[in-house]
Design a protein around this ligand. Structure first.
Ligand SMILES: *Cc1c(COP(=O)(O)O)cnc(C)c1O
Length: 351
């Protein structure tokens, strides 16, 4: 298969191949046993990342899901509640892990664009009497995946953090795509991470690393996070080969995100003009495009299956919603090929 007839894969920004610089760094990485804290490359990644986000310490974890779940477990005792946005990754895509692993009940708060208002959050906090469930943690997500990569407005986040602190409520940030948010609002990631009790970011999404996420917190929190990571089976040995790619991802990854965002805006505008597709262009703030296929008469799954046979991969994000995600291995030329293929597919199906 030549590059030109390889499918254009827009299912997720996780599909990127390691860059040449990453493979080179992985090949050369100095490694040791990270369970004994002796992997110099893992240690370097954790120190570099902690400095970048403005936290005391960081922990390298295999996946974002494990990172989020470690934080939940440390903040909230079994039997307590966590407040999460209704379409949050922690609720929709982590397989009931808060309940299964930590005995937690998620209390859902809906929102317009991914960030609930403080008023909605406050109404979800349970009264502090012994016969009511304790509210132990608030979780926010930035950018918000299922709302279409929307960025949490920094001023609204600051207000929520201030009010939550006044209530003594810790706040965890699922920042799988926090670098996308930073690029979109022209701020440093440290500014968007400031004030949270803990943060999780993914190296394996838009930043392009093959594997890995990081958890951030105080030195004491990260010590305890290491114990929970081991308990969950996430204690890795010569993980420096992976951390080496992560270090390169932190260096070269952010510079590519502006292109991903421009490609998503371009793709969204093109798709919006095709018959049968509804795209809310105001929601395309980063690298995700949500497309309502209801007018085609197809379900999202049927649409994606049909599209696959035309050489474009996308994923269902709801019964009639298809998600396209731009990334560094799908440059503008690939997005152009995708639009042509989608236009051809619709012409064929709708005629
Ligand atoms: C991808 C993602 C995660 C983590 O996913 P893993 O596949 O477990 O690495 C967490 N939160 C959000 C919002 C995500 O998009």
């Amino acid at each position: 298969m030549t590059l030109d007839d390889a499918p254009v894969d827009l299912r997720s920004d996780t599909v990127t191949q390691p860059s040449p610089a990453m493979r080179e760094a992985m090949y050369r990485a100095a490694v040791g046993d990270d369970v004994y804290l002796e992997d110099p490359t893992v240690n370097a990644l954790q120190e570099r990342a902690a400095a970048l986000l403005g936290f005391e310490a960081a922990l390298f974890v295999p996946t974002g899901t494990m990172g989020n779940q470690i934080c939940l477990r440390l903040h909230a005792p079994p039997g307590s509640e966590i407040i999460v946005e209704a379409r949050a990754h922690i609720y929709e895509w982590e397989l009931g892990a808060p309940a299964a692993l930590s005995g937690l009940t998620p209390r859902l708060v809906p929102s317009e664009r991914g960030l609930p208002t403080w008023e909605a959050i406050a109404a979800a906090i349970q009264p502090r009497v012994y016969y009511r469930t304790r509210t132990a943690l608030l979780c926010l997500e930035n950018t918000h995946n299922m709302h279409g990569g929307t960025v949490a407005p920094p001023a609204a986040v600051a207000r929520i953090l201030q009010e939550a602190a006044a209530c003594g409520l810790p706040v965890h940030l699922d920042g799988a795509r926090l670098f996308n948010a930073a690029v979109a609002c022209g701020l440093r990631v440290a500014e968007l991470a400031q004030g949270f009790s803990s943060v999780m970011i993914c190296l394996s999404k838009g930043l392009g690393a093959p594997v890995g996420s990081l958890v951030f917190g105080t030195r004491d929190f990260i010590e305890r996070a290491r114990t929970v990571r081991k308990m969950l089976g996430g204690g890795m040995r010569q993980a420096g080969v992976l951390a080496a790619a992560g270090l390169v991802a932190l260096e070269e990854g952010p510079a590519h995100l502006a292109d991903d965002h421009a490609n998503a805006r371009w793709l969204a505008a093109e798709l919006a003009q095709l018959p049968g597709l509804d795209v809310d262009l105001t929601r395309v703030e980063t690298n995700i495009v949500m497309c309502d296929v209801t007018p085609t008469g197809m379900t999202a799954s049927d649409f994606c299956a049909g599209l696959k046979s035309c050489g474009v991969l996308a994923g269902p994000a709801g019964p009639y919603t298809v998600r396209f995600v731009t990334h560094r291995d799908a440059p503008r030329s690939a997005c152009q090929r995708a639009v042509e293929a989608i236009a051809g597919f619709l012409k064929n199906r709708l005629s």
